[in-house]
Design a protein around this ligand. Structure first.
Ligand SMILES: [Zn+2]
Length: 327
């Protein structure tokens, strides 16, 4: 009897020991799990202040290095929002946040709406958060027909395309107008197609060299002053006309003020991209292009880019920043 009782006691102790061990191991396991979880970005992002939803988004879209970068910053609910923007560029994240926080709630000049994140992305991407002509780089001439010349991309005094051809006065006004051959060939296609539809699209100004632009710009300064001139005409070396890929057009009986009311303008709105041309300075995009709306100024960029720009209603500056500019 004693023996049995002892055995029962031993079993009781053994069970007790096993239970304690199990609880201990389970506890250790849980503790290890917790420690491991606290090392995860999921835990750290949420502890940093990101919602479950934002955390999930960030985890899905960023690599470890980018997540570390996010954790090094103050929590900002705008970060995942910016990342969801179509033309978001990671290299610009700091600039987006800075610009947005400086201008949040403001109305952009020329637009009657409050600044949106989409606006901020576009503004920063095209460098319009910087002052004109102060922080520019050299235009990347290797981009050929998709090279960008604007207030932040400088062609220089010497740049002259090596395939300029003389434009026949059949298509153009002026003394020996010139264009790059590729733009001229496409323009002839455009001209003929417009003509078939009963429209006369005539070139008013085409290639302009540095010196021409220098004289023009300074003449404007004397008439309009610096600020107005900079909204109307490029400084020498920064003009799209110096690329040889640009035409100012008109039609019979029209001038710069009335061209937008002509059938030719309506035709170009629908068909210019089919020949690789885009309206370069559209209405409502002045805050991005840095130029007043010019219904007459068209730029050759090739059919693919022109079609993208036409379909997505963006400027060439935005297209270039997102697809072509690189780091
Ligand atoms: Zn022009």
């Amino acid at each position: 009897m004693t023996k049995i009782r002892l055995k029962k006691g031993n079993i009781g102790i053994a069970i007790g020991v096993v239970v304690v061990l199990v609880v201990l191991v389970a506890g250790l396991f849980r503790w290890k799990q917790t420690i491991d979880y606290q090392k995860t970005y999921e835990y750290q992002l949420q502890k940093h202040g990101y919602s479950e939803e934002d955390t999930a988004y960030l985890l899905e879209h960023l690599n470890d290095e980018q997540l570390e970068n996010i954790l090094d910053r103050d929590v900002d609910e705008n970060i995942p929002k910016f990342m969801k923007e179509t033309y978001y560029l990671e290299k610009n994240l700091d600039a987006y946040l800075t610009y947005f926080h400086e201008h949040e709630g403001e109305t952009i000049e020329g637009l009657d709406r409050t600044l949106t994140l989409t606006d901020v992305v576009a503004i920063v991407n095209v460098h319009a958060d910087k002052e004109w002509y102060t922080d520019y780089t050299n235009a990347d001439i290797s981009k050929d027909t998709s090279l960008l010349a604007n207030k932040f991309h400088y062609l220089g005094e010497e740049y002259e395309p090596d395939d300029l051809v003389e434009v026949s006065n059949w298509y153009a006004y002026g003394d020996k107008p010139m264009l790059r051959k590729v733009a001229y060939d496409e323009f002839i296609g455009l001209y003929n197609a417009a003509k078939e539809d009963g429209q006369d699209v005539i070139i008013n100004s085409s290639y302009r060299d540095y010196q021409y632009q220098y004289d023009l710009y300074n003449r404007y300064i004397s008439w309009y002053g610096q600020k107005k001139t900079d909204e109307m005409a490029a400084r020498p070396g920064f003009s799209e006309h110096q690329t040889g890929l640009t035409v100012d057009v008109t039609t019979y009986g029209a001038n710069e003020n009335t061209f937008q009311d002509t059938e030719e303008f309506a035709w170009l709105q629908n068909h210019a991209h089919e020949y690789g041309f885009i309206l370069r300075y559209p209405e409502g995009k002045e805050y991005l292009t840095g130029y007043e709306y010019e219904s007459w100024h068209y730029r050759y960029v090739g059919v693919d880019i022109a079609t993208y720009i036409y379909e997505h209603d963006i400027t060439f500056d935005e297209y270039y920043a997102f697809f072509l500019e690189g780091e």
